[in-house]
Design a protein around this ligand. Structure first.
Ligand SMILES: O=C(O)[C@H](O)COP(=O)(O)O
Length: 215
């Protein structure tokens, strides 16, 4: 059975400042680096064979730290990027006008094809994240990959595996450097497919970063 670990990157400067990142980027904070080290310490005995990261800087840095601990390399996959949040990227969450807040709600509330201007819909995000996950099925038998991605992107993936709408990700708390795991299961009782083993585990972190909406 293929087991795939899913890790959200460590805390970044803009996470800490409550700024919208999307496909824009900011560096890991000292806390974020420490969280990545703690993921590495936890998974180093898990037999991870591949670390596959979104090609944004924060996921690459987190992946490098984890891959060092696991003794494997990092490959990049742009399909694992965060939701493209268009014109609202880099903005402070508390600075949005009523009209801009309405754009954000189109995504959060699951409006069909809802998107921030110049951004991406949750359906588009879901399709590329599932394609990125499905690529793990082509790895050599016995592989155990670990994917490093983002809060909304991973939340969307886990929610849709469970049969929930993509925007249900808002109800799933995936903190920085939390670990989730999904398995590809082929059984007599269940149509072959992904099964969620665990989601949002932070028991390895001594300093969990609060979600930006909780600060
Ligand atoms: O700001 C964002 O883009 C999201 O809310 C969180 O994205 P991240 O997981 O890349 O920090």
């Amino acid at each position: 059975m293929l087991q795939v670990y899913l890790v959200r990157h460590g805390e970044t400067r803009w996470n800490a400042e409550r700024r919208i990142q999307g496909q824009s980027d900011s560096p890991l904070t000292a806390k974020g680096e420490r969280q990545a080290v703690q993921v590495g310490e936890r998974v180093r005995t898990y037999g991870i064979t591949h670390v596959i990261a979104s090609d944004l800087g924060r996921t690459r840095r987190t992946a490098e730290i984890i891959a060092d601990a696991c003794g494997c390399g990092v490959t990049l996959d742009a399909r694992l990027r965060e939701l493209d949040m268009g014109v609202l990227e880099q903005r402070h969450l508390d600075s949005l006008t009523a009209e801009e807040e309405e754009w954000r709600r189109l995504v959060v509330n699951g409006t069909p094809d809802g998107r921030i201007p110049q951004g991406e819909s949750m359906q588009e995000l879901s399709e590329r994240m599932h394609a990125g996950l499905a690529a793990c099925l082509d790895l050599p038998p016995g592989s155990r990959p670990l994917l490093v991605s983002h809060g909304i992107a991973l939340g969307c993936l886990v929610s849709t595996i469970l049969g929930l709408p993509a925007h249900a990700e808002r109800r799933l708390r995936l903190r920085n450097c939390s670990i989730s795991r999904v398995d590809y299961q082929e059984s007599l009782w269940l149509a072959p497919g992904w099964v969620v083993e665990t989601a949002g585990d932070i028991s390895h972190l001594d300093t969990p970063a609060l979600d930006e909406l909780q600060r």
